[in-house]
Design a protein around this ligand. Sequence first.
Ligand SMILES: [Ca+2]
Ligand SMILES: [Ca+2]
Length: 335
Amino acid sequence: MGSAVTISAFATASDAPTLKVTAPTPSAPMNDVVVPSLDPTLSVTMSTGEYVQALGLQLGFALWQVGTAGGATLVEADAVPQAVGTTAYRVVSELAHDTQYQWRSRAVLDGAFGPWSNTASFRTSVLPPPPPTPALPLPSDVRARYRAILESDWSAATHPQDYPGGAHYSPILVVTHLATTTFWRSGMLASSGIERMAEEGSQSPLDGEVAAAIASGEAEAFVRGGGLGSTPEIEQVEFDITTGFPYVTVVSMIAPSPDWFIGLAGLPLIANGEWRDEVVVELFPWDAGTDDGASYESANADAGPAQPISLLQRPPVQVGGAVRPFGRFIFRRIE
Ligand SMILES: [Ca+2]
Ligand SMILES: [Ca+2]
C-alpha cells in the first residue's frame, strides 16, 4: 500500500537504442490474458550466450493503461537487475479493474538503453471478488413454507399530496436465492426487468433474469402472487424456501407511478440456525431511477442517463418532512 510509483527515463527516452544488446522477449502476461490480481508480475527472457548477461545490466519494464478511446497512458516504468533466464517485475501501481494494459521492456545500463521488446498486453478482471459470505447456521428442516402478506396502508389519508385515482400495486413477485444473488438494491442501476416492473408492473423481462439466475444455480424459486387492485388492502402469496437458497427478494410496482416500487432485497429467512417464525418489514417507496416523472401520474419521461435505485424521499410521498411507510410485508412461516 502506498508504494511510490517510478517513471524512469528509459520509458520516455528515444526508442532508438543507445546500448548494443538484444531486445528482451515478453513471456507473460500476453495476448490480453485476464490476470488474476491487480499487481501482476511481468516477465521477459533475454537471449542467452551473449555479453548482455554482463553484470550490472538492468531490464526496464514500462506499463501503459489503454483508454477506452484507444490512447495509452504511461502508468509506471522501473528497472530491475537482469536475472539468468527469466527476469520478473512486480507491478507497483494500483491497477484498475476491467482495463487493458500494455507493457514492454528494454535493457538499461548507465543511462544507455537497448531496443524495446515487442509490446505485450493483458486485461484486469471485471469485478473485485465478492466478499466471503459468513456461513449461516442452518436449521434441521431443509424446507419451509411461508406466507408473504402485503398490508398496504397507502391512501389519501397517509399520502394526501397528488393521491392518484385507481391507486393499486402490480402482482407481487417473490424470488428465493443465495446470499450473493442480487436482483436489485439501493445504489445499483436497475436491470431491464426492474425497470419494466417499476414503470409498468410487468413480470417480464424480470422473469427472464430470474430464470437465468435459476439456471446458473443462483436462485431457486420464482412465485408470482396477485396484485392489490386497490389500497388500503391486503394480498398474500405463499412460497417454499430451502436451506440452500434461504434469501428472499420481493417487488411490486406502486401504481400509477413513474418508476416507483415497494420491495425488499435479500432478506434471510433463517436466523440463529432456525427458520424465522415471522418477519415484518416496513415498506418504503423506491425510485428505480429509470424515469424522471415527479408525481404518480406524470407522463413518461425516460431518465437519461439512468440513476441508481434510491429511496424516494421527496414530495408527493414525503409528508411533513418525513416519508411514511406505504405498509408492510409480513413473512409468516406456515410449514
Ligand atoms: Ca424516478
Ligand atoms: Ca424507462
